[in-house]
Ligand binder design. Structure first.
Ligand code: HEC
Length: 131
């Protein structure tokens, strides 16, 4: 009978441990996130998200409602690389997107909801609490 052998030599185990350590260490320092929105208030943002009914299209952690899959779930927004797949995910660009998505990308399915700049800053501050 032929059995696979899963026993690693000590040298191989040290090798894997080292690799794991390297990943663990670089993983932590990978991308220092400075997702601070000047003038944004996460608590007010949460209230605005509820008022605008964003959960009609999105699942958003911490926001009551059944959520929806019309748009992407807004989980881990602080770690997302792009907004709407077109803008780099920076505080300025997220605020811009929230105020008028079709102006950024005419083909997007997210409508302009008439969110003001102050509200967009608050909403962005809340979304950046999602990691
Ligand atoms: C009518 C449905 C609809 C509503 C209402 C809506 N969105 Fe969206 N949203 C979308 C769709 C669809 C996308 C994907 C757009 C794309 O990639 O072009 C999107 C994308 C986004 C993104 C970018 C996510 C990413 O991963 O790139 C954010 C952030 C966002 N919406 C926030 C909100 C907030 C906050 C509200 C409420 C103020 C809201 N949306 C209301 C449909 C909606």
């Amino acid at each position: 009978m032929c059995r696979p052998v899963f026993i690693l030599s000590h040298a191989a185990m040290r090798h894997w441990c080292l690799l794991f350590l390297i990943f663990a260490v670089t993983g932590c320092s990978e991308k220092p996130q400075t997702m601070q929105v000047a003038g944004g208030d996460a608590a007010r943002g949460k209230a605005s998200i509820q008022r605008y009914g964003c959960v009609a299209c999105h699942t958003i952690p911490g926001i009551a409602g059944h959520g929806s899959n019309v748009g992407p779930p807004l989980t881990k927004m602080a770690l997302r690389a792009y907004v709407g797949g077109v803008l780099p995910n920076t505080p300025e660009d997220l605020v811009r997107w929230l105020q008028n998505p079709p102006e950024v990308d005419p083909r997007t399915a997210m409508p302009n909801l008439g969110v003001s700049e102050a509200e967009a800053k608050d909403i962005a501050a809340y979304l950046y609490t999602l990691k």
